[in-house]
Design a protein. Structure first.
Lengths: 152, 338
């Protein structure tokens, strides 16, 4: 380091050393938490789904209603400041389900409230889920095209 | 041409070392619940500090800390000729808005989490250079302003890796007085160089900053012709547990053995069991509050006579990270003796 300029081997060596001492995430514990939490969210949705079916809704109506209810629950728990604490433990188990998607949108909306409805909420509400939406749309078009070719 | 006060390549030794005549620190709830909680002047119960937004809360945090440092030293605000302040927010708004209410001349600075050391260095030079007699140096950080600027919305669920650090909600302010009769004094300072070892993981800033800290410590010791053991305590700013381990390795590699007299504010600020902390604390407020709380108290109590305070900063922005740039580190060393 003496002449002030760092040499490539020094940098490579440093990175290797850092990798060696970095504590690894507790994979097993995180997986168990993710499995249990994600499973619980799905179980809850399934119970609601079965209840709605039994109440006389057809499959499509019941499916849409479950999505709406789960999005509401995710949004509510975000507003109450609980959802981020669940994710801290459960990781992807709580991020991947639709409740996690609701969390990302509501968290952004809440965060940028103070910057006003145009430059704050309006322009930042999709700041986190924007990529998911964009690439979701792109892939839906691609898959739709593939289906057209298969059917043709 | 070497000047009379410059020593070696990066160090300045003061002819009339400015005194740190008064200081104050205010911390958030999590910091107050940590092992050093009782050493801080105020411990907030609420991250909003009675304000509407996180940014206003941080600005108030800084402003009240500056006021407290002034009043604790039995000064009036009008006794202060200058405020040197900085924070992590874009355009350093916490400091700018605090200074608006204080009506003090302001030098706004940015050194990421090393800001308080940068302020002390500039301040000490201005005083020893006979430009100014009394000034306040201050720095702040707020967990939630930092989260939303550098990472994600605060209510967004994320799982942080064990290398991540928790940005401290804290501020520290110190009054430097060229006429101080007794008390701790800044005897020498070493201005750090930007060192980049190619770390790109923004969730591991300790490893990115450790080489800068070691570089500044090494240069300070070489410029001053001192061994590390000259100091009762060498304390780095916010390397955290992983960064501190890397710094110890690098120091050993340089032939400097950091025995028990090396600590890190980022490791010390929070207890091991506190949730969400992972590798430790970070933020301008971390080193600023630890200096203007526990460390200066221990100096006046006589537990520490010679302190080398090496505040560290990670000089990246979200933009530079997205563009794939690595994280440059900086560290400034301030020798405080009593």
């Amino acid at each position: 380091m003496d002449d002030g300029k760092l040499k490539a081997p020094e940098i490579a060596d440093y990175k290797t050393q850092v990798e060696q001492i970095k504590p690894q995430p507790k994979l097993l514990k995180n997986c168990v938490w993710a499995f249990a939490t994600g499973g619980f969210i799905c179980l809850l949705a399934q119970i609601i789904f079965n209840y709605l079916l039994a109440s006389g809704l057809d499959k499509i109506q019941a499916g849409n209603s479950v999505s709406i209810i789960m999005i509401f629950l995710g949004a509510l728990l975000t507003g109450l400041g609980v959802y981020d604490k669940i994710v801290e433990k459960a990781g992807a188990g709580a991020i991947v389900p639709i409740t996690g998607f609701a969390n990302a949108i509501v968290a952004s909306a809440m965060e940028f409230k103070h910057e006003g409805y145009i430059f704050g909420v309006g322009s930042k509400i999709f700041s986190v889920v924007g990529p998911t939406l964009l690439f979701g749309f792109v892939f839906s078009v691609l898959i739709g095209l593939i289906k057209v070719f298969i059917n043709a | 041409m070497p000047t009379s006060k410059k020593k070696g390549t990066q160090t300045v030794v003061f002819a009339r070392p400015p005194g740190i005549s008064s200081w104050a620190s205010i911390v958030g709830p999590k910091e107050g619940a940590g092992p050093w909680g009782s050493y801080f002047d105020w411990r907030l119960n609420d991250y909003l500090f009675g304000e509407e937004t996180w940014e206003k809360a941080e600005s108030k945090l800084l402003r009240e800390t500056v006021k407290l440092a002034i009043s604790k030293g039995n000064y009036q605000e009008s006794d202060m000729e200058l405020l040197i302040a900085g924070d992590l927010l874009n355009q350093t708004i916490a400091s700018n808005f605090a200074a608006r209410d204080l009506a003090l001349p302001l030098l706004g600075i940015f050194g990421a989490c090393s800001t308080i050391a940068e302020g002390l260095i500039i301040g000490a030079m201005l005083i020893d250079g006979d430009c100014i007699q009394r000034l306040v140096a201050a720095a702040s950080s707020h967990h939630y302003t930092a989260e939303r600027q550098f990472r994600l919305p605060t209510e967004q669920g994320t799982q942080k890796p064990p290398t991540a650090q928790w940005t401290a909600t804290a501020a520290g302010a110190a009054v430097l007085d060229g006429l101080a009769a007794a008390g701790p004094r800044i005897t020498a300072v070493t201005i750090g160089r930007v060192v980049d070892m190619g770390i790109t993981d923004a969730a591991d800033m300790g490893s990115a900053m450790a080489p800068a800290a070691v570089d500044s410590i090494k240069r300070h010791l070489r410029d001053m012709g001192r061994p590390l053991s000259y100091y009762d305590l060498v304390v780095t700013g916010d390397l955290g547990r992983i960064g501190k381990t890397m710094a110890e390795k690098l120091l050993s590699h340089e032939g400097i053995e950091p025995y028990s007299n090396y600590k890190d504010c980022g490791v010390s600020l929070f207890g091991l069991k506190q949730s969400g902390v992972n590798a430790g604390a970070s933020g301008c407020g971390c080193s600023a509050s630890m200096l203007c709380g526990p460390l200066l108290k221990k100096i006046t109590d006589g537990d520490i006579h010679k302190l080398l305070f090496v505040a560290t900063g990670a000089l990246m922005s979200p933009l530079s990270s997205w563009q794939g740039e690595s994280i440059p580190g900086i560290a400034h060393a301030v020798a405080i003796e009593y």
